[in-house]
Design a protein around this ligand. Structure first.
Ligand code: ADP
Ligand code: MG
Length: 255
């Protein structure tokens, strides 16, 4: 049976502080199947990062539940907007940090790390420090560090938004291709609608805060498999973009 890798059931969440309550999520329910690449878009401040933190187990939902399939339990990879590389370690030492901490550093892990460095075009930078790399290269290195842990579910919270436009296009396309080739299950949060359509199999649209699911739109592009950049030229791309744009703009009305 194809049990979903992740199932969110009626998740609600509010922040409580001295100023009172901030309702962030209402009744969020969705599933992600194995190998699926899901994008989540929504207006800024609607609760996207909160939802990802709940999926990662960093926050507990107020009500509802997150079910992670047994094979993926404890194997969730999380990547953020900032690369959080350690400045005093080389790229090689940075990407092996996870296995080092969890005492799972084996020759096979090192082989995997070498292969990922080569796939992402970073082999030459193995012994450089993060400060010597461009923003795009650092973000690639941060993703390698996550991938070395062989996550069963990869969570990406606006991982490209600190990059300039040109770099963002290339890095997101490269990373998209590698994630797709590895068959890994991934959830990408982004406010870039073109990025969501070109990378994902499905896009969930969240409403403004407190976020609820407004729409759940499958992406079928005729030229998706060639490359995420080429996918932007698919005839269906513009229609999907317009549909998502309308959904999101409605949420900004009255804000
Ligand atoms: P998004 O990622 O969609 O931009 P977030 O999930 O970060 O939104 O935040 C959702 C809402 O919750 C925002 O209004 C934000 O200000 C608020 N929020 C986020 N973190 C906290 C916190 N630790 N305490 C109180 N409110 C918070
Ligand atoms: Mg966020």
């Amino acid at each position: 049976m194809n049990q979903p890798v992740l199932e969110c059931k009626n998740i609600c969440f509010s922040y409580h502080n001295l100023n009172g309550e901030t309702k962030a999520l209402t009744n969020i329910s969705f599933q992600v199947n194995k190998g699926e690449f899901l994008a989540i878009v929504g207006p800024s401040g609607c609760g996207k990062s909160t939802l990802l933190s709940i999926i990662a187990g960093l926050l507990a939902p107020e009500s509802g539940e997150v079910l992670v399939r047994d094979q993926e339990k404890g194997r969730i990879g999380y990547m953020l907007q900032q690369d959080h590389l350690l400045e005093w370690r080389t790229i090689w030492k940075n990407i092996l940090l996870g296995p080092e901490i969890t005492k799972t550093l084996t020759p096979e892990k090192e082989e995997l790390a070498e292969r990922l460095l080569s796939d992402y075009g970073l082999s030459k930078f193995k012994y450089k420090k993060p400060g010597e790399l461009s923003g795009g290269m650092k973000q690639r290195a941060a993703l390698i560090r996550t991938m070395v842990m062989e996550p069963g579910l990869l969570l990406l919270d606006e991982p490209f938004s600190a990059l300039d436009y040109q770099t963002r296009l290339t890095v997101s396309a490269d990373i998209g291709k590698i994630i797709r080739a590895s068959g890994i299950t991934a959830i990408l949060i982004t406010h870039d609608l073109s990025e969501a359509i070109s990378l994902a199999d499905r896009v969930i649209v969240l409403s403004k805060r407190p976020a609820r699911i407004k729409n759940n739109i499958p992406v079928h592009l005729t030229i998706k498999d060639s490359s995420p950049l080429a996918a932007r030229n698919a005839p269906e791309f513009q229609d999907l973009f317009n549909l998502l744009w309308k959904e999101i703009s409605d949420e900004y009305e009255g804000l």
